[in-house]
Design a protein around this ligand. Sequence first.
Ligand code: NAP
Length: 246
Amino acid sequence: MSKVVIVTGGGRGIGAATCVLLAKQNYKVCVNYHSNQQQAHSVVDKIVEQGGEAFAYQADVSDENQVQAMFVATRQRYGGVTHLVNNAGILFTQSELRNIDVKRFKQVLDTNVIGCFVCCKTFINQFDHAIEHGAIVNVSSAASRLGAPFEYVDYAASKGAMDSMTTGLSLELAGQNIRVNGVRPGCIYTDMHADGGEPGRVDRLGPNLPLKRGGTPEEVANAIAWLLSEEASYVTGSFIDLAGGR
Ligand code: NAP
């Protein structure tokens, strides 16, 4: 049976590293992106150069129609989707909660929580439970445990919601051949920190962590790939913290 995966936000950072690794492990990969078409196509080019199969697909994960169209396009190309990585996520400029407005909080929830929900729902409804073994990995954050005070409590709250969804959905699907797990990265070297207004955040915080450094997207991708794999066949409703010991 061929393994077909959709990685949301696969054009850069943790998502891009995950796409490249999964393609090496013989998954056929849908590299989802939202606005950065060029980066998504670079990931596809890299995979194809390495002998893998991938295509890029533009969709806003918070839009159910666009997500459904992405699953249809992937099915037409590769067959039914067997694995899903809910990696797309956003945050905004570091700020105390009292200065965060409702519009921003809703935008964060729309992408990080509704996006995860819509992708999970669409995945389940197209999945052939009779013959396939599938898996979902939700990319949460250490912020769900730590709260991200003075930075982005809205983002932390969205990741807390993802964790609850991971737990509940893992139990709903436990008898239906789909495992659902989460990863909670800490400070990882990606462009996301520039979106928060501090491109050098990982260099600032890394040395203070127990492991004395920030993490790489590839280190997170390794955990995602393991949770998706049959090596993790008895693991569901679990979380791997990749936060340097914090
Ligand atoms: P990143 O480099 O900022 O990448 C975020 C990705 O999400 C981009 O590919 C972006 O696509 C995509 N995206 C944003 N909004 C989207 C939407 N509405 N629909 C579809 N895709 C959308 O971030 P990253 O650091 O790799 O983070 C990946 C995941 O890890 C996120 O969920 C993040 O919360 C989590 N995480 C990261 C860290 C860290 O330190 N980096 C720590 C903890 C958790 P476009 O570029 O095409 O817009």
